[in-house]
Write a protein that binds this ligand. Structure first.
Ligand code: SF4
Length: 385
């Protein structure tokens, strides 16, 4: 069936968003990932990519707008709404409209500040279509301060600079790119579909178009063989781009990915947490001449407290990792297990007696030693991936 003939099935949202978009209204422009070949990525496996018809997206926007107005009116009349009010409001609505109501409610609760365009690469839309959607969004939600999207470097690289500037002028003001690595060997190994130079060109192009740029980096992706090259080349690419944000998301390997098979047959040797800590330290120490803000806001990261802006916060950030590496091995194991159990968010949490006791009990229960800690942690990590 051609796109124009597909019937509208109501408001819809995709499966993921960046951690920093937790408060955003999620609006689905495309379904799944047009690339879908990265060997570490489980998200859209076996899901076919499709563009949603622009008319459907505009109807989604109208639908959320309608529900938002209704909720605001109800709030004026009754004060803050609770979940019972919401259930009553949703009672007579069709499925798709109900989802829009719940999306509008969450967004209202969060202050209606930002919108995230799903799924994996909204920039594959024709620029004129994307601009039409952005214009409609700005008309409906003038209060939104930020509209953001994921995009692939390869896609950005192909868009004319003037089109990208027009997209920025229409309101798309931040792009999240999954760089993962600056090493060509690592990028090839995991079939990222973009090389270092493409990442650099795309990153610089986003900034020149007047948009904020957020680059995702994946510590551990080079495995044991390419760890050093991964850190050094990634830092070099980031030094040339000077992104607004660098975000860390440590490698985890879910069971149904190609990388899992490589790991099982021994062709990929996964780093343990302590090696990843050293790799991140090397990355941070090699970043130079940039003003990027680094965030480590993903649950998979060992140190969520690493956060700051280069160059002034470098020592503060590297200091966290150096403190960890200087701990006695028993203390490191305690932190690693406690962190993966969700007991610790930062190194200082080791001093919280109750949590420390729970982590120590778990170490005994799992029989954790310096030799088996990585296997124990791989098991614990399965809860988050
Ligand atoms: S481009 Fe992104 S969403 Fe697509 S397969 Fe790669 S990591 Fe997954």
């Amino acid at each position: 069936m051609s796109e124009a003939k597909i019937p509208y099935a109501g408001f819809e949202q995709g499966p993921i968003r960046p951690p920093s978009e937790a408060a955003s209204l999620l609006l689905r422009l495309t379904r799944n990932c047009p690339w879908n070949r990265c060997t570490f990525c489980p998200v859209y496996k076996h899901a076919k990519f499709s563009l949603r018809p622009v008319e459907h997206i505009l109807r989604d926007i109208d639908c959320v707008h309608r529900q938002l107005q209704l909720l605001r009116q109800q709030q004026l009349e009754r004060g803050r709404l609770n979940h019972y009010d919401l259930a009553a409001l949703s009672a007579g609505l069709e499925d798709g409209e109900q989802q829009a109501l719940y999306a509008a409610y969450s967004w209202l609760e969060e202050g209606c500040r930002s919108i995230f365009l799903q799924d994996a690469n909204s920039l594959v839309l024709k620029p004129a279509e994307l601009i039409r959607i952005l214009n409609h969004l700005r008309e409906c939600f003038p209060e939104a301060q930020r509209i953001t999207s994921y995009a692939r470097s390869q896609t950005i690289d192909r868009i004319a600079a003037e089109d990208l500037a027009a997209i920025a002028a229409a309101g798309l003001n931040r792009i999240h790119i999954g760089m993962e690595s600056g090493s060509d060997r690592v990028l090839q190994l995991v079939q990222k579909g973009a090389d270092k130079q493409t990442h650099i060109r795309a990153g610089c192009k986003v900034k020149q178009a007047g948009m904020e740029l957020s680059e995702y980096v994946m510590p551990g992706l080079g495995g044991r063989a390419l760890s050093r090259e991964h850190a050094m080349e990634t830092a070099d690419a980031l030094n040339q781009i000077d992104a607004d944000f660098i975000r860390l998301r440590t490698l985890a390997i879910p069971g149904h990915t190609e990388l899992f098979t490589d790991w099982q047959d021994g062709s990929f040797q996964k780093l343990g947490d302590r090696d990843v800590a050293e790799e991140i330290l090397l990355l941070l120490e090699t970043l130079d001449g940039i003003n990027s803000t680094l965030q480590s806001d993903h649950i998979l990261n060992l140190f969520q407290e690493i956060e700051g802006t280069f160059p002034q916060d470098r020592e503060k950030m590297t200091g966290v990792i150096k403190r960890f590496l200087a701990l006695l091995v028993e203390e490191q194991l305690l932190y690693l297990v406690g962190r993966r159990m969700g007991l610790f968010a930062r190194l200082d949490d080791l001093q919280i007696a109750t949590r420390r006791r729970q982590a120590a009990d778990a170490c005994v229960r799992f029989g954790v030693t310096a030799d088996n800690v990585d296997q124990v942690i791989d098991e614990l990590m399965k809860r988050f991936i």
